[in-house]
Design a protein around this ligand. Structure first.
Ligand code: GTP
Ligand code: MG
Length: 452
């Protein structure tokens, strides 16, 4: 049901790329924040969302984005993790996206997750541009804070310029190996045939005006029809996180990608055991330019239209799962909506075996990431679940045959108070960390010790 309305939906822009290539730093520059500074181990382990309004975009982009030329309300950025374990979150980000920025460190070039990101974009048919980041690290670079790339280039020595060009041509070569024709963005005539490469620095903000200009231009020119959705239709979204919020109990951080959600709406949410049917009590919207992952002061609103990041407060959300779908029922048959949610959930699964370790994680995304990382490390899994460590988990872990499998690996979870005592009196060993690869390293060291 495509009804044309005067308002266009905000395009969803996913930021993808290899670990440490500068995705979060680039977004920090665009929204004027320091999310990177607050991350454990300085790596992103969740997907986040930030609504950047048109006036912020045009402020950052200067002459390259004149707000009068656009009727898009702004851009909704989805930050994704680059660490190899989080392929599910990258896929989810890619699946949500209307358009993407592939971030590539000019010194590091294409790395495994750069290629994985391209595969995701190919599979989902998402148009994208390449942000060739960290140009400030070019030997002899003369930084031009916040300037468009043309101006920045003019201020460089011949030597620095050709050093950078060399790196950019390497990226263009790698793109070609992956089956994409690409070029410096200012030479691209048709962005549907050629992928634009935009040199940027998340340290000096050079080239960020260009990046925003290209994104806005592309969205407006090629995606206007897709953005003209029936914004008044029943809302559809994806849970990013389930969080306790004082005064509200368990709440959901959601990216709404279609329709509208209103206070009082009946919603269906994917849960740990079965779909949850509940009624929206409050809708809390992050302020413009705030990352939903870190926002502390939300605005209470009566309705939210796609695309947006929104925190939903409602009863009975304790068993909701990050990564699960959220659907507004509105005038539809509730059983149809429940079936839809169940079908989507069935696609997300972790394979378990008869013998292995117990894994607990805070979200579906991190649980899958743990499962992938353990599979790579050839560690079998007996049980994998979302949630804090409960007495039952200790009971299950103690049934493992091999001593090296009488183990619980907890990622970003707590030990429930009634499980602490039990843990002390059992032969089950607990490993906890909030960085996946460290958690797995710790476990592998333990196994090595044991076998010595
Ligand atoms: P993950 O989320 O873990 O995949 O990493 P990321 O891609 O979000 O990278 P992040 O923004 O956390 O940056 C990684 C490191 O690179 C940080 O130390 C940043 O300060 C640094 N960095 C990012 N962009 C630039 C840049 O343009 N120039 C320089 N010199 N350093 C940068
Ligand atoms: Mg990051």
């Amino acid at each position: 049901s495509q009804t044309h309305t005067d308002t266009l939906r905000t395009p969803i822009v996913a930021v993808l790329g290899h670990v440490d290539h500068g995705k979060t730093s680039l977004l920090d520059k665009v929204r004027g924040s320091d999310v990177t500074g607050g991350e454990a181990g300085a790596i992103t382990q969740h997907i986040g969302a930030t609504a950047v309004p048109l006036d912020t975009v045009s402020q950052m982009a200067g002459a390259l984005v004149n707000p009068d030329d656009f009727d898009l309300p702004g851009l909704l950025f989805i930050d994704t993790p680059g660490h190899h374990s989080f392929s599910t979150l990258r896929s989810r980000g890619g699946a949500l996206a209307d358009i993407a920025i592939l971030v590539v460190d000019v010194n590091d070039g294409f790395q495994p997750q750069t290629k994985e990101a391209i595969d995701i974009l190919k599979r989902t048919g998402t148009p994208f541009i390449v942000a060739a980041n960290k140009i400030d690290t070019t030997p002899g670079w003369n930084p031009q804070e916040g300037e468009p790339i043309q101006k920045s280039y003019e201020a460089q020595s011949q030597r620095a310029r050709s050093k950078l060009d060399e790196k950019l041509y390497e990226i263009i070569g790698e793109m070609s190996e992956m089956g994409f024709s690409s070029d410096f963005y200012w030479r691209v005539q048709n962005f549907q045939k050629n992928i634009g490469v935009v040199p940027v620095s998340a340290l000096t903000s050079e080239g960020i005006p260009d990046l925003l200009g290209v994104l806005m231009g592309l969205s407006q020119r090629y995606m206007k029809d897709e953005m003209a959705i029936d914004v008044a239709g029943p809302g559809a979204g994806t849970v990013l996180e389930v969080k306790e919020e004082r005064g509200f109990g368990a709440t959901l951080d959601v990216v709404l990608y279609d329709g509208t959600i209103r206070k009082g709406d009946t919603i269906v949410v994917g849960g740990a055991n079965e779909p949850i049917v509940t009624e929206v009590r409050a809708l809390l919207q992050p302020r413009p330019n705030a990352e939903i992952r870190t926002e502390k002061r939300f605005n209470k609103v009566d309705e939210v239209a796609a695309a947006a990041g929104v925190k939903i407060a409602a009863p009975d959300l304790e068993n909701a799962m990050a990564g699960a779908p959220v659907r507004v029922v509105r005038d539809r048959d509730i059983d149809d909506v429940i079936a839809e949610v169940q079908a989507e959930l069935a696609d997300i699964e972790v394979t378990t075996e008869e013998e292995g370790v117990v894994v607990k994680a805070d979200t579906l995304g991190s649980l899958e990431a743990m499962a992938n990382a353990l599979q790579e490390a050839e560690v079998p899994i007996l049980r994998a679940e979302v949630g804090d460590i409960a007495p039952r988990d200790i009971a299950v872990a103690s049934t493992a045959r091999e001593p090296e499998h009488k183990v619980i690996l907890g990622f970003n979870v707590d030990v429930l108070s009634n499980a602490e005592d039990e843990l002390d009196h059992s032969d089950v060993k607990l490993f906890e960390d909030d960085v996946i690869y460290q958690l797995i390293d710790e476990y592998e060291e333990f196994v090595d010790e044991m076998k010595r």
